[in-house]
Design a protein around this ligand. Structure first.
Ligand SMILES: [Zn+2]
Length: 286
């Protein structure tokens, strides 16, 4: 029987087959049988229909040795002596071995299954890990903001001595310490990272500072590229519009313009045509 099956078996408790009529056996000239009322006050007592016999669940499962084979292995069937004080149930339940087995049974029931304990511990660790990960991710935008601000102001990040006891840890760490004095989340983050640096990264080490700088720079580079592409698209759309207007003389457009604006638009149209010609020639060349 494996451990899981045994635990389930023990938690299910004694086998107690309740019958309307228990099998009768001729004992000492009388028909005798097990009685259901014998279960009352005897939580250890079990009756197995298959054997038509009574057992002690505590001793059968938790007994360290076979000291009472009747109640542990063979089964008690002497129904006419069941309630005799020196030979029946009471005799068994007064033995030291019985008390030891019952104590072991109770201890087992009070203990949580090891799987349950492990699951709860694993769940607790998982929740703690998720919470810490969430806390760290919440701090990252603040660190990026400080990084981009220092970068925009062209301030040096690093200090010569960045240890906790240093008077000047560098602009980056000093600014973070300043914010932490007013921001409980950052204060908690820095405290945790200082108390267990191996398990809770602070993202403030020299390596992290360089990574933050690189990430911020890459972010702004990407934004600049996207802005350039968008402006180029707008410019070419404008050029196309003007070129189309020049083909049709754009009377409708010109009719609504003042003379000065018409001159300006005509200049732009000519410029657009030249640009268009230049673009076509450039495209054909390549
Ligand atoms: Zn027993």
């Amino acid at each position: 029987m494996d451990r899981m099956t045994r635990e389930e078996y023990i938690r299910r408790g004694p086998v107690r087959d309740f019958l309307d009529n228990y099998p009768k056996t001729m004992i000492a000239g009388k028909q005798r049988s097990f009685q259901a009322q014998w279960f009352e006050g005897r939580p250890w007592l079990e009756y197995v229909k298959e054997y038509d016999a009574a057992f002690c669940f505590a001793c059968r499962v938790f007994g360290k040795a076979v000291y009472d084979a009747t109640f542990q292995k063979h089964g008690f069937t002497q129904w006419h002596r069941a309630l005799e004080s020196k030979r029946g149930f009471d005799k068994h339940s007064l033995s030291n071995e019985y008390c030891t087995s019952v104590q072991a049974w109770q201890d087992f029931l009070l203990c949580k299954p090891i799987d349950s304990v492990l699951d709860e511990e694993k769940k607790r660790q998982l929740q703690q890990g998720n919470q810490e990960r969430h806390d760290r991710y919440c701090i990252l935008p603040l660190l990026v903001d400080v990084t981009s601000t220092l970068g925009r102001l062209r301030l040096p990040f690093r200090g010569h001595d960045e240890t906790v006891v240093s008077d000047n840890k560098g602009v980056f760490l000093e600014v973070l310490d300043l914010i932490a004095r007013w921001n409980a989340d950052l204060e908690s983050h820095l405290s945790k990272s200082r108390s267990k640096p191996k398990y809770y990264p602070s993202y403030t080490s020299p390596t992290s500072q360089n990574e933050l700088i690189n990430c911020s720079a890459q972010f702004f580079r990407d934004i600049r590229v996207k802005m350039c592409k968008m402006l180029n698209s707008l410019l070419f759309a404008w050029i196309r519009l003007l070129a189309q207007a020049s083909r049709t003389s754009c009377p409708l457009l010109m009719g609504y313009c003042s003379p000065a604006l018409s001159t300006y638009l005509n200049t732009l149209i000519r410029l657009a045509n030249l640009t268009k010609i230049w673009w076509i020639l450039r495209t054909q060349k390549t």
